[in-house]
Ligand binder design. Structure first.
Ligand SMILES: Cc1ncc(C[n+]2csc(CCOP(=O)(O)OP(=O)(O)O)c2C)c(N)n1
Length: 321
């Protein structure tokens, strides 16, 4: 089981990875922008700490933290964000489709709610194969009224699928407040299917770990799905597009108040200062190297633009070559 320093390392890695990635967006190295995970690091760190290496996850448009917490190489992840041939997905996926099947990362997904049935199907397949693997699927509060999410919860409960639904409630779907878009509650949706659900402090890695560990143990024991609602605050923009456009849907005072619950500070306060300083220095060196690796990596060859897009043996439609 991971210790306090290990959890700190993960939240700090995600924090600094995102800050470096934002710099690369601003200088044009990452084209198209990213959805920063700042403020929500404890959710990825705490949930993945409850998993085994052979467990699987699916992620969202705001997925860098999940991918890193599940063990993806920061250098290859950054190479993916910068569209390089050395990226996790050879530069084809970019920020919103990062995957590494060898680590159980079945992919980020740009379509809100769409990764939920994928994780649930993977969990079902593992169970049918006699494996005791668990799947975790992340989704935002903006996904909780999507039909596909609710349909998946229904089947997961009916078939006792070993999946953990992790709702990251950061209070907003783009610029729409949770209260303006969601009737009822997140946990109430699970209750409708007799799925046990809890709400945890999504700014605290240890609270997230404790809540997820219960859900994972239940799934592994064959007792079916659970839902964990992790409440946190999104510190930065919905998307880096906001840095220039500056839409006004929350006040500076609200953001400052939200940022007082900082996962890095919460976990950092639990470890000795010298251990924290050593981890911080290690991460800076790791990310310096990751940025160098990404920026010096080649772009994919244009002649191979259609390579790696289809499963082996499938061909592109006639006329597309
Ligand atoms: C099916 C679908 N509808 C709309 C969008 C556009 N969209 C992208 S992110 C987003 C908000 C998602 O909010 P939430 O699920 O709470 O996640 P968060 O962005 O807060 O992490 C929307 C509406 C989309 N990608 N997919």
């Amino acid at each position: 089981m991971i210790d306090a320093a290990g959890l700190y390392r993960t939240v700090r890695l995600i924090r600094r990875f995102e800050e470096r990635a934002i710099e690369l967006v601003h200088d044009g190295t990452i084209v198209g922008g990213i959805h920063p995970y700042l403020g929500q690091e404890a959710i990825a760190a705490g949930t993945c700490a409850a998993l085994r290496p052979d467990d699987v996850i699916t992620s969202t448009h705001r997925g860098h933290g999940h991918v890193l917490a599940k063990g993806a190489d920061p250098a290859r992840t950054l190479a993916e964000l910068t569209g390089r041939a050395t990226g996790l997905n050879k530069g084809r996926g970019g920020s919103m489709h990062a995957a590494d099947f060898s680590l159980g990362i079945l992919g980020a997904n740009a379509i809100v709610g769409a990764a939920v049935p994928i994780a649930t199907g993977a969990a079902w397949a593992a169970r049918r194969a006699g494996l005791d693997r668990v799947a975790v699927t992340y989704f935002g509060d903006g996904a909780v009224s999507q039909g596909v999410v609710l349909e998946t919860m229904n089947l997961a409960a009916l078939w006792r699928v070993p999946v953990v639904f992790v709702c990251e409630n950061n209070g907003f779907a783009t610029t729409t407040r949770f209260e303006d878009a969601v009737a009822g509650t997140v946990t109430g949706r699970a209750a409708a299917f007799d799925i046990p659900a809890s709400t945890v402090d999504g700014s605290d890695p240890e609270a997230v770990l404790a809540g997820t560990a219960r859900a994972v143990a239940r799934a592994r024991a064959g007792d079916g799905p659970s839902l964990v609602e992790c409440v946190a605050y999104r510190f930065d923009a919905h998307h880096t597009w906001e840095h220039a456009a500056r839409p006004r849907y929350r006040t500076d005072e609200e953001v400052s108040a939200g940022m007082t619950r900082d996962p890095v500070e919460i976990q950092g306060a639990r470890i000795p200062a010298d251990v924290r300083a050593r981890i911080d220095a290690e991460i800076e060196a790791l990310l310096d190297e990751a940025v160098r690796f990404a920026c010096e990596s080649p772009f994919p060859d244009v002649a191979g633009a259609l390579d790696h897009l289809y499963a082996d043996g499938l061909r592109a439609r006639a006329g597309v070559s």
